[in-house]
Design a protein around this ligand. Sequence first.
Ligand code: AMP
Length: 174
Amino acid sequence: MSEQPAWANLIRNVPDFPEPGVQFKDITPLLANGAAFHAVIDEFIARYADLQIDAIVGIESRGFIFGAPVAHELGVGLVPIRKPGKLPADTIGIEYQLEYGTNRLEIHRDALQPGARVVLLDDVLATGGTMLAARSLLHKLNVEVLEHAFVIELAFLKGRERLQPDPIFTLLTY
Ligand code: AMP
């Protein structure tokens, strides 16, 4: 595995949250550390500065935390993909399968123009189901997803295999 970034020790592992067997990657110590938060945002900015993107699309809710400063610095919009019932105007949605039950994600129907070039951003790539659903939503709007970006990848859950061959960028891999 490649070398871990200096801020890796600020990702707190919380066992059995939110349910038994899950090792939750808690990013709040990272967010609370100004230099570390800055370093993470700078990594994304460096990568996307020359890509001529139209927007960062952040997935609720931790995708917003990282997405907003990246979009701000790039001078592009931030578009939220949210859990059901949160977006006030006309939406399109997609259901996706969880281990037990289903989830749903929504986006405003007029959030992006057809042909827009975006980067999709979330904090953690686990099984990949969330990002796959988010990508499908954007494809329904005829939006071009240039890359799927994450702060953390849990490689043992093989989410990457579900998203490939489309580009994936992660800063820290477990
Ligand atoms: P998945 O759809 O399985 O790739 O799960 C990704 C989504 O669930 C992301 O929005 C993450 O914020 C959250 N998530 C899944 N597993 C974890 C974990 N072990 N630690 C923190 N967040 C997680």
